[in-house]
Design a protein around this ligand. Structure first.
Ligand SMILES: Nc1nc2c(ncn2[C@@H]2O[C@H](COP(=O)(O)OP(=O)(O)OP(=O)(O)O)[C@@H](O)[C@H]2O)c(=O)[nH]1
Ligand SMILES: [Zn+2]
Length: 345
């Protein structure tokens, strides 16, 4: 765990049904009951209409299908959650285990509420990385999408990785320059080459993957997980049938780790994120931010003329480019009200 993670209080991220409007309450955490001392731990890798597909000990070869135990109440169970299972955990056909507990989450990726759903939802729990897949052309890259994905990653506790696809069609140079100051990995791929740098980056990690339709996600995933289609089939077959394309699914990487595709995420749940949530992902600015006037948005003049973040650049601890990048992300969050009126990203 990085020092940044230790400093932050992830427990508050545990609640999935946060209302978009203020006035939220916290639900008590589910406690394990003594009679479940024999429970086994598993990772949720699929979810389909009341059935959760779970991998015992995160082992893709030990798949068990489970339902929620009544005692879970309304605690949400999402892809990537670590759960305790009781009952029949043999994984044999037509058996069903029960989920009795959901472990605290180390990270969360949320999608924005849509018309049919008044809540922001956690769609992926415990992913260590967010792979933001963007085509260099066809469709053209949009920085707005990248920036909002970055905010969602930093605020949710995931390390961002940018994957620029279709490099046979356009140069990655200007995008690489635009994000250089943020210092996260940027990987460049093209269909006619093996994505070995991506495979290396994802090895042994749990990585959530986001990107617009048509950017080449399936092309990439099929190379990383050679039997991805079959795996998706397995996950749906052990559910109640038809695979629903709106839910996330975790696919096991051949040499360890998981990649979680998120077709349901059209835009990110940023409504609950504060400026300080974003700043906390930039360690060199955290101390100065504490000196800011209360309610500072850290955008600098004219919005926040007394913001202290500029002092970090003035004393040479950070570069102007780094502050500019941080402020661009803060601005993309601040523009949220307008962004939400736009058609889904
Ligand atoms: N030129 C070029 N085309 C690519 C590359 N990667 C994928 N494509 C093409 O782009 C189109 C979309 O690729 P997909 O992998 O289906 O994209 P996707 O992001 O999974 O899209 P959805 O399935 O709609 O979510 C296909 O016609 C691919 O053949 C690439 O590196 N270069
Ligand atoms: Zn400030």
């Amino acid at each position: 765990m990085s020092p940044r993670d230790r400093r932050r209080d992830w427990s508050r991220l545990d609640e999935s049904d946060v209302r978009v409007r203020p006035g939220r309450g916290t639900r008590p955490r589910t406690k394990i009951r003594p009679e479940h001392a024999d429970a086994v731990t598993a990772m949720v890798v699929g979810k389909d209409r009341g059935r959760w597909t779970c991998a015992l000990d995160s082992d893709p070869k030990q798949i068990v299908v489970a339902m929620r135990a009544r005692e879970l109440g309304r605690t949400p169970v999402v892809i990537g959650d670590y759960v305790d299972l009781v009952g029949d955990t043999s994984g044999k056909p037509d058996t069903l285990a029960r989920i009795v507990r959901v472990a605290d989450r180390t990270s969360v990726l949320r999608r924005t509420a849509d018309d049919t759903d008044p809540f922001e939802r956690v769609v992926v729990a415990n992913a260590s990385q967010l792979l933001i897949v963007v085509a260099l052309a066809d469709p053209p890259p949009r920085k707005g999408f990248i920036d909002r994905a970055l905010v969602a990653a930093y605020a949710g506790g995931l390390e961002p990785v940018l994957c620029l696809t279709k490099s046979d069609l356009a140069s990655p140079d200007s995008l690489i320059d635009a994000y250089a100051d943020l210092a996260f990995p940027i990987l460049v791929t093209r269909q006619d080459e093996e994505p070995s740098a991506v495979a290396e980056q994802l090895h042994s990690q749990v990585t959530a993957l986001v990107g617009h339709s048509g950017v080449g996600k399936s092309t990439l995933v099929n190379k990383l997980v050679p039997d991805a289609d079959r795996q998706t089939g397995v996950v749906s077959a052990v559910g109640k049938g038809r695979h629903t394309s709106v839910t996330a699914v975790a696919l096991p990487l051949p040499d360890g780790g998981w990649v979680i595709d998120t077709p349901g995420i059209r835009s990110f749940g940023l409504a609950h994120i504060s400026p300080d949530d974003i700043v906390s992902a930039f360690p060199e600015f955290v101390e100065a931010a504490e000196e800011c006037p209360s309610g500072c948005g850290h955008l600098g003049a004219p919005e926040d003329p007394d913001c202290m973040l500029d002092t970090v650049v003035a004393d040479g601890t950070a570069t102007q480019g780094r502050l500019d990048s941080l402020r661009r992300l803060l601005a993309s969050r601040a523009g949220l009200e307008d962004a939400r009126e736009q058609p889904a990203e």
